[in-house]
Design a protein around this ligand. Structure first.
Ligand code: COA
Length: 333
């Protein structure tokens, strides 16, 4: 069996945080943030709102977009860096709140590549005939793990959620077909993106320095890795499925930095106009980034059923992944 995307839903928490608001709190400026990252606004959840809340809303909308009832979903895969609790996973709670019944539901931890990891796993479960439909969600509340003393990460990350419904099909001819995926990792660089404390290697105690409880990133080193790894992954996938770069209608890259997206398009030889960009509005939403960018392009009227879409992402781990899709005849909600 093959997997096809039959629904897409998103949710952003209502609170919009402008560069001006952050410039009043940190030693930064709208000019620095815009020119170095391309970000103008991002959404942050109100205190008390958790990743599972955003994921549930996006999941509900994806189900509606697919025209499915809760009982139609066989599996939930939720990608997140910011689960509601260190234990248990967030996916079972989301499945329960969506009324999906006693279906398998589990989290994937691949940081900003998480959505593409979850998509690949959903596709594999369908191919193995373990599921006829999979709800794949990427959801984050990075605002809960940002160091309030770190101006660099604080201006970059935003909260949000995006979800797709995958369904089994016997062929890949019709729009919506997920034609292939590619995943990779390199743990030798695990320290470039991390929350140092709070795991089994460095449990949090009353004496843990506050900075070690927050998200950290070595920006310039990550930047270089991101362009190279997403470029390699996307190229490998293109070869695998027999697409050439000129035939890609839309490049949907992880929205980590507008300059990375431009460099990536150049590396892949895809005209920069075919790159989908919504980082200016939402910032880096990590595992929610790719589905939010897809929905953004669809709402702008840029996507026609059958268009060839190349998605690629990179994140902590290090991890990376790519997926190829023909755009389905759906309306994202
Ligand atoms: N406002 C103003 N100045 C800032 C700042 C901010 N918010 N954040 C950092 N700076 C300063 C630095 O202190 C540094 O100053 P110095 O030259 O006096 O030391 C200067 O800006 C340049 O810092 P640097 O970290 O080299 O900036 P950069 O141009 O690399 O941009 C990132 C930083 C994080 C935006 C960029 O490295 C990036 O996007 N990295 C990749 C992120 C990514 O791919 N993530 C994917 C997985 S999540």
């Amino acid at each position: 069996m093959h997997a096809a995307v039959i629904g897409l839903g998103t949710h952003l928490p209502p609170r919009l945080v402008t560069n001006g608001e952050l410039a009043a709190r940190f030693d930064t400026s709208d000019e620095w943030i815009t020119s170095r990252t391309g970000i103008r606004t991002r959404h942050w959840a109100e205190p008390g709102t958790a990743t599972g809340d955003l994921a549930t809303e996006a999941g509900l909308r994806a189900l509606k977009s697919a025209g499915l009832a809760p009982g139609d979903i066989d599996v939930v895969v939720l990608a997140t860096t910011t689960p509601d609790h260190p234990c248990p996973a967030t996916a079972p709670d989301v499945a329960s709140r969506l009324g999906l019944g006693p279906v398998p539901a589990y989290d994937i931890a691949a940081v900003c590549s998480g959505f593409l990891y979850a998509l690949a796993i959903g596709q594999a479960q369908i191919a193995a005939q373990q599921a006829g439909t999979v709800l794949v969600i990427g959801a984050e509340t990075y605002s809960t793990i940002l160091n309030p003393d770190d101006r660099t990460t604080s201006v970059i990350f935003g909260d949000g959620a995006g979800a797709v419904v995958l369904a089994a099909r016997e062929d890949t001819d019709r729009p919506g077909a997920l034609l292939g995926t590619h995943l990779g990792s390199d743990g030798a660089h695990k320290d470039l993106i991390r929350i140092p404390a709070g795991g089994s290697r460095y449990p949090t105690t009353a004496y843990t320095p506050e900075a070690d409880r927050y998200f950290t990133m070595e920006g310039p080193k990550v930047f270089r890795q991101a362009v190279v790894r997403m470029g390699e992954s996307a190229t490998t996938l293109l070869h695998r499925i027999g697409w050439v770069a000129e035939k890609v209608d839309h490049l949907v890259g992880h929205q980590a930095n507008a300059r990375i997206l431009t460099a990536l398009a150049g590396q892949l030889d895809i005209p920069v106009e075919r790159t989908v960009v919504n980082i200016d509005r939402v910032g880096n939403t990590s595992a929610a980034s790719v589905p939010l960018a897809l929905a953004h392009a669809a709402r702008q009227g840029r996507l026609t059923p059958g268009d060839r879409i190349l998605m690629t992402a990179f994140g902590g781990g290090l991890t990376w992944g790519s997926a190829a899709l023909t755009w389905p005849d759906i309306t994202p909600l």
